[in-house]
Design a protein around this ligand. Structure first.
Ligand SMILES: [Zn+2]
Length: 126
């Protein structure tokens, strides 16, 4: 399925111009436990709904930026460079519960841990 994405630098382009960097997930603390590191590296929430994610303008300016997209409809709510992105809402950030090792604390849409989850905290593929 094809859809349009707006590069913050270049404007509207076909999604085939871009590379997908995955859902945004907060980085673990400086010295994470093995469980926290494993969860950060391998667990994804994979929500059916709006999620915040990384994209790179691969065939253009090569900038990494953030987008919020509804994964069911590919409706893109907004795109922005990391420094200009709106604050994250609960439920749009992937977060892994360190206690259980389960993404989002084991329940989709109940993520409340947005501390440290600001733009640029979940760098993927740089
Ligand atoms: Zn661009």
């Amino acid at each position: 399925m094809s859809f349009l994405l707006t590069c913050p630098n270049c404007g509207v382009r076909e999604v085939t111009d871009f590379g997908y960097g995955g859902e945004v997930s907060p980085r673990p603390k400086a010295r994470p436990s093995r469980r926290e590191l494993n969860a950060y590296n391998y667990f994804r929430r994979n929500v059916a709904g709006v999620q915040r994610e990384w994209w790179v303008h691969r065939s253009g300016c090569r900038a990494w930026f953030l987008a919020e997209r509804d994964t069911r409809t590919n409706d893109v709510k907004w795109t922005a460079l990391p420094d200009e992105a709106p604050a994250a809402d609960a439920g749009t950030l992937a977060a892994v519960d360190a206690a259980t090792g389960m993404p989002g604390g084991g329940a989709v849409g109940t993520t409340t841990d947005v501390a440290g989850g600001g733009p640029g905290s979940g760098v993927v593929g740089r």
